[in-house]
Every structure is written in structure tokens, then in C-alpha cells.
Design a protein around this ligand. Structure first.
Ligand code: BGC
Length: 234
């Protein structure tokens, strides 16, 4: 879509285990900029990640900020952060980022934000993100069940979905076996949730080589940012 000067403009931020990504969205949620990215700093403390976001934001103009965070988030505060520094636990990211950028900020779980960018809003829709961690988001007729955190639930062989399908597992077992595991996960999820549609996203979705059932769709990683508009739909 052609750039517009309509406001408000939203800075969408996706904090990932390997990259911090941002994009400007117009009031309808269409991208107004290319995706911009910095490597996630190591260690990924609140301070270092906030610095990266400030750096990515400095040459952009926007009126409000939406953030997808890879952990449980309630009212701007982070309660888990499996793949980041433990300094996030209890950290009010919404407040800190709002003070740093001087704009209103809303924060939700990263898979929840990605799901908003993918769903059609009808029936039971499940989002699964395949990245450093393994994220899940559940929607019923477009209504989010927040902070699902299925990634840390048992999947097979005494391991969780994240242990079996996260980035460390992919690096460890290679693409072929990872794909076989993914196929088993899809079968399990399909029986547990009886979803109308399952979306697969995240940076490692491009590694998928199996033939997917008709009700399973791969979505581009940029949806993680595009979902940011949904945080302001009230
Ligand atoms: C976190 C989730 C997150 C997922 C993907 C998991 O380790 O617990 O909150 O959605 O990684 O980033």
C-alpha cells in the first residue's frame, strides 16, 4: 500500500531470542517501512534490549508502540523470559519503554502478537511460532486466550515442545529429524485442540519441508510485527 500521512502511526517491536525487529504501521496496520533489525544483545538484559529498541526507533516517527515479548506478559510486566536474561522477571517493560520513548506502549506475548497478524477471526485458530523458543497462541472467533505457554508443556520423550522443536534442538538434530518431530507435534496439537486452522510462523518456519495438512498454513515472520496493530483495537 502507498505510504500515507494518516495518524496514529504504530512502532511495532518484536523482541526475539536472536533479533530485535521493528516496523512502522499505518492506522490500518499496513507496513509503512521496511523491517529494521538488530541482533538481540548478549546478555539480553532489560537495559541492553531497551537500548537496542531506542536505537532502532531513533530515526523513525510514530505515535505509539506495540511490543511482542517472548514470555508471559500482563499489563506491561514480564513474568517469564525463558530465552532472555532473568532480569526481566517482574520488569515493567511497558512503563520503562514508554518512559524511554515518550510514547504510549502496549506489550503482549510475541506469539500472541504474531497470531493477531495471522488469524482470520473465525472459529478456533492456533498459532505456533518456531524460533529460538516455541510459542503458542489460541484464538476463539478472534478473541485471544493470552499467554498460552504450551511450549513448556510435555510433548514427547519427557521433553517439552520447546526442547524438541526450539532452535537448540534444530541445531542439534538437523532439519530432517526436526521436520519429523514437527509432523508429530502437528498430529498431537490437532487432536488436542481440534482447531479450524493452525498457523506456523517464526524464523524457523522457512525450514519446514513436510507436506502440511490442508488446515495448516505457514505465515511469514513479518506477521509478528503486523499483529502489533491489534493491540490498539479498543
Ligand atoms: C516463551 C514464550 C514465547 C516463545 C517464543 C517461549 O520460550 O516461554 O512466551 O512465546 O518462547 O518466543
Amino acid at each position: 500500500m502507498a505510504p500515507t500521512s494518516a495518524q496514529p502511526l504504530t512502532l511495532a517491536v518484536d523482541i526475539g531470542g536472536s533479533g530485535v525487529k521493528v516496523m512502522i504501521l499505518d492506522p490500518a496496520g499496513n507496513p509503512l517501512s521496511e523491517r529494521d533489525r538488530l541482533d538481540t544483545p548478549a546478555p539480553a538484559t532489560p537495559d541492553s534490549v531497551l537500548r537496542a529498541i531506542r536505537q532502532l526507533a531513533q530515526d523513525k516517527s510514530f505515535d505509539r508502540v506495540s511490543v511482542g515479548f517472548p514470555g508471559v506478559v500482563r499489563q506491561g510486566t514480564c513474568y517469564t523470559a525463558a530465552n532472555l536474561d532473568s532480569g526481566w522477571l517482574g520488569f515493567n517493560l511497558g512503563k520503562a519503554l514508554s518512559e524511554a520513548l515518550g510514547k504510549p506502549v502496549r506489550v503482549i506475548n510475541d506469539a500472541d502478537m504474531q497470531g493477531y497478524g495471522a488469524i482470520e477471526g473465525q472459529g478456533v485458530e492456533l498459532m505456533m511460532t518456531l524460533g529460538t523458543g516455541t510459542g503458542f497462541a489460541l484464538f476463539i472467533n478472534g478473541i485471544l486466550v493470552p499467554n498460552l505457554e504450551l511450549g513448556h508443556h510435555p510433548f514427547r520423550k519427557g521433553e517439552t515442545y520447546e526442547q524438541q522443536l526450539g532452535r537448540a534442538a534444530l541445531d542439534d538434530i538437523g532439519k530432517k529429524r526436526w521436520n519429523e518431530r514437527l509432523q508429530k507435534a502437528i498430529a498431537t496439537l490437532s487432536h488436542a485442540f481440534n482447531y479450524d486452522r493452525l498457523y506456523l510462523g517464526g524464523g524457523n518456519a522457512k525450514k519446514i519441508e513436510i507436506t502440511l495438512p490442508e488446515n495448516v498454513t505457514i505465515v511469514p515472520n513479518v506477521n509478528g510485527l503486523l499483529g502489533g496493530i491489534a493491540l490498539w483495537k479498543d
